[in-house]
Design a protein around this ligand. Structure first.
Ligand SMILES: [Zn+2]
Length: 264
């Protein structure tokens, strides 16, 4: 059984004590942890300079009847989901797909959360990064984190959930999307919405030498600097404009990127 001390040692083995980090996690592979999610969170907060996580909320999203072309979406297709959509609030639960750790961070006293209706971020001692988010530039906190020598920490997950790769895609000039969400009593247009991430783990082979990895009980933690990550992603997209896309023939966003690219 893992406990706080095991996790604390594991995070310290990454040797990132002075660094701000963005974290993605799946906790199930660890099995039972004494004091659970709270132990992981405390270990993280005592091991890194600041901790940020995505606190995305997809149930705020609505799909209009019509909209801009090649937007990786089927307009008018989500009538039933639209009816169930809820207005974003700062205490809305983080989407279950993002995981329990982000929700636990978000509800912690001293945690801050940004108010983007779909792509909010939450963090502790991370206000200098969180405060840079705008509706037009939803992933800006990741860029600011990179400038402060930030790292991405992946707990039991691979790069297919690594949101920071989306920021690098944008730097590489890759197509971004428009989505819509309920905020207050209005429907807000949300530009800069990223593509599909299910093909992202292809990047792992280019980051082997720059990745720090620690095994923890039945699980693992890996970390890579955002600067390294951004360089690697931009380089492979420059060589192959279709790099990191998934191979599902019905993936609307990857297909839209193919259509938009010079080789598509
Ligand atoms: Zn895809």
């Amino acid at each position: 059984m893992l406990d706080y001390v095991d996790l604390k040692y594991a995070f310290e083995d990454l040797n990132l004590t002075e660094k701000p980090v963005i974290v993605h996690a799946s906790l199930r592979p660890f099995g039972y942890i004494k004091s659970g999610v709270d132990a992981i969170l405390r270990a993280m907060l005592s091991s890194f300079k600041s901790v940020m996580m995505p606190a995305f909320t997809y149930k705020t999203m609505v799909t209009p009847e019509v909209g801009p072309p090649n937007n990786g979406i089927t307009y008018g297709s989500e009538k039933d989901l639209n009816k169930m959509a809820q207005a974003f609030t700062l205490n809305m639960r983080v989407d279950p797909m993002i995981g329990m750790l982000a929700e636990t961070l978000q509800i912690r006293p001293y945690a801050t959360r940004t108010n983007h209706p779909i792509l909010s971020f939450t963090g502790i001692r991370a206000d200098e990064f969180l405060s840079t988010q705008t509706l037009a530039n939803p992933l800006a906190p990741i860029g600011t984190l990179a400038n402060a020598d930030g790292w991405v920490v992946l707990i039991n997950v691979d790069h297919s959930v690594n949101t920071s790769i989306h920021y690098a895609e944008k730097l590489a000039g890759r197509k971004q999307f428009i989505r819509w969400a309920i905020h207050g009593d209005r429907i807000v247009e949300c530009p800069g919405f990223p593509g599909d991430s299910s093909g992202f783990n292809t990047i792992a082979q280019y980051l082997k030498h720059d990745t720090r990895r620690v095994d923890v009980g039945p699980g693992f933690i890996q970390a890579v600097s955002l600067k390294c990550l951004f360089e690697a992603v931009q380089e492979i997209i420059k060589k192959d404009p279709l790099a990191l896309l998934c191979q599902r023939s019905d993936c609307e966003r990857c297909n839209a990127v193919r259509e938009d690219s010079p080789m598509g």
